[in-house]
Design a protein around this ligand. Structure first.
Ligand SMILES: [Zn+2]
Length: 288
């Protein structure tokens, strides 16, 4: 296969196999091509250490919107994904973590009941098993096809982040292009450390909507990672080549305190030494 990709920014054509060795970053201008969850996981984790959480949730049609069920099926067929986020456990440089990767290809990475529930359960798993969480976001926001139920996911995921905070379970967010709407307005901006890939669009409403509302021309680079970094919304912009080593460093330097230290579970063993067999404890962090 000698197919090539044309960079949408500098128009440089790069053979696909070569682009893969560059982690899908344009050698001409460092444009970061979007990655699907499988590519992201392959580029990030130790070998084949990624294990998806068992059991899949199926999207329902809570407001009985015509055509929604078909649209979900169509997106499943196109992306080979069940929903707009993949969650599981893996290792980065030997360190166990909970990982979540959103897919913009699946209905614009929109957060419906299933996405919200999977992210929440991933966080609960991390709290119970004393593991840090790394979440890659890519989303157009709440899934409007689920009406109010999609908006409720914002409160639910934000509550799960609050529980992580109370139990001192680290949350590392990596914002990728684009992260907007209800995802930005909930868990994506609540990480202990918030990283972005270069050039990612990060905001609530999109620039065209804001321009139309304000009747003002927006400054160059508005809502891009570099702009948000300058405005203090981000901790770092990290080139994809350095992402694995940066996350490994952050995980190492933010050890998860044992449950004894946080006092938020009745488990008297140190789960960190045996995280795979730890089980939810009655009266633990979930029992509120
Ligand atoms: Zn380029």
């Amino acid at each position: 296969m000698n197919a090539s990709e044309k960079c949408p920014v500098c128009q440089m054509e790069t053979p696909c196999d070569q682009l893969k060795t560059y982690h899908m970053v344009c050698p001409g201008c460092a444009y970061h091509y979007p990655l699907d969850p499988a590519q992201r996981i392959a580029s990030l984790v130790d070998g084949d250490s990624f294990t998806p959480f068992p059991g899949e949730f199926a999207a329902t049609n809570p407001i009985e919107l015509q055509g929604y069920a078909e649209k979900v099926l169509q997106n499943q067929a196109q992306t080979s994904l069940k929903e707009a986020v993949v969650t599981g456990t893996c290792r980065i440089e030997g360190q166990a973590i909970v990982l979540g990767v959103m897919s913009f290809q699946f209905m614009g990475g929109s957060m419906g009941s299933v996405v919200g529930e999977k992210i929440t359960q991933a966080m609960y798993h991390a709290v119970l098993h004393r593991l840090p969480v790394v979440l890659f976001t890519a989303s157009g926001g709440a899934r409007m096809q689920e009406g109010i139920f999609s908006l409720m996911q914002m409160a639910k995921t934000a509550s799960a982040v609050a529980l992580m905070g109370k139990t001192r379970t680290p949350l590392f967010i990596v914002l990728t292009h684009p992260t907007t709407g209800g995802v930005t307005a909930s868990f994506a901006m609540l990480g202990d450390v918030i990283i972005a890939e270069p050039g990612a669009l990060i905001g609530f409403a999109g620039p065209r909507v804001i321009e139309g509302t304000l009747h003002q021309q927006l400054p160059p680079g508005f809502q891009r990672s570099e702009f948000q970094m300058e405005k203090g919304f981000l901790d770092a912009i990290v080139h994809r080549d350095d992402l694995r080593s940066t996350l490994a460093f952050l995980i190492k330097t933010h050890p998860v305190p044992s449950s004894r230290t946080t006092g938020h579970t009745t488990d008297h063993t140190d789960n960190r030494t045996d995280s795979r067999t730890a089980t939810p404890q009655p009266g633990g962090p979930n029992a509120r």
